[in-house]
Write a protein that binds this ligand. Structure first.
Ligand SMILES: C[S@@+](CC[C@H](N)C(=O)[O-])C[C@H]1O[C@@H](n2cnc3c(N)ncnc32)[C@H](O)[C@@H]1O
Length: 232
């Protein structure tokens, strides 16, 4: 991650699946402080926009210098060159198909913007641009964490039960649709009962019920997933 706020990743890197993935060597997270590549005595990373307007814009030179530092350290340590990803709301939205593709990459460099965003020329130095969704956040760090968290759980040896990623929402098992409902104890809560089929012990009936629920839920909540065949 190339960021002005590496501290945002500290707890994230230690916790849950990302922490476990780091512990068992499935992934490594490295923060590069963009300011270390800043200009002059004050390590400036931003400037006012040409043409006027409010806010500051991240300069191109520190970002390119940070990317080149990532490449140099990859070369030194024998890692593959990073795929450079710019996090920006002005890009195709992250989805499970994209997550699957990124999980197959050996090395990613995630560029987290701040302020009004980047000098447009940064785009000439990246391989891909990704948005978390159609909303504007203050910085790219949360988008980077979302991308990392979604990707990490697809890496071998990270998710406890290897089957659980295979039958989740957007998976091939569910034809790209939404997952069926889950229940746990108690069998009844304030008049809301667990569907009897789930306690029947009849596994083929349960599987059929789940398929049906997944289909109904997708048709109702996200018909676009059915129509486009997206994520399949
Ligand atoms: C305040 S935003 C800049 C928004 C920009 N001025 C615009 O209108 O498109 C600052 C940074 O946060 C990050 N960011 C904000 N929203 C995002 C999103 N939906 N997906 C990915 N990154 C986002 C980007 O890195 C962006 O450069």
């Amino acid at each position: 991650m190339i960021t002005l706020f590496p501290e945002l990743f500290a707890t994230f890197a230690e916790t849950s699946m990302v922490g476990r993935g780091r512990e068992n060597g499935a992934l490594e997270l490295v923060c590069h402080q963009l300011r270390e590549h800043g200009l002059g005595k004050h390590r400036n990373v931003d400037d006012t926009p040409y043409g006027g307007g409010s806010g500051m814009v991240l300069r191109v030179e520190p970002i390119v210098a940070a990317l080149e530092a990532v490449d140099a350290s990859a070369l030194e340590t024998g890692k593959p060159k990073a795929r450079r990803i710019l996090l920006t709301p002005q890009a195709p939205r992250l989805d499970q198909a994209c997550v699957r593709r990124l999980a197959g990459e050996a090395h990613l460099a995630l560029i987290c913007g701040r302020y009004e965003g980047f000098d447009e020329r940064v785009r000439s130095f990246v391989d891909e641009e990704i948005s978390l969704g159609d909303f504007v956040m203050t910085g790219g760090e949360v988008a980077a964490m979302a991308l990392i968290e979604a990707t990490v759980r697809l890496l071998p040896n990270v998710l406890g039960n290897d089957g659980s990623a295979a039958s989740e929402s957007f998976s091939d098992d569910l034809e790209g649709g939404l997952e069926y409902p889950h229940y746990t104890r108690p069998a009844e809560f304030r008049g809301l009962a667990v569907p009897a089929v789930l306690a029947s012990g009849d596994h083929s009936k349960i599987a059929a019920w789940r398929r049906e629920q997944s289909r109904t839920r997708t048709e109702g909540g996200r018909p676009d997933l059915l129509r486009s065949g997206k994520n399949q």
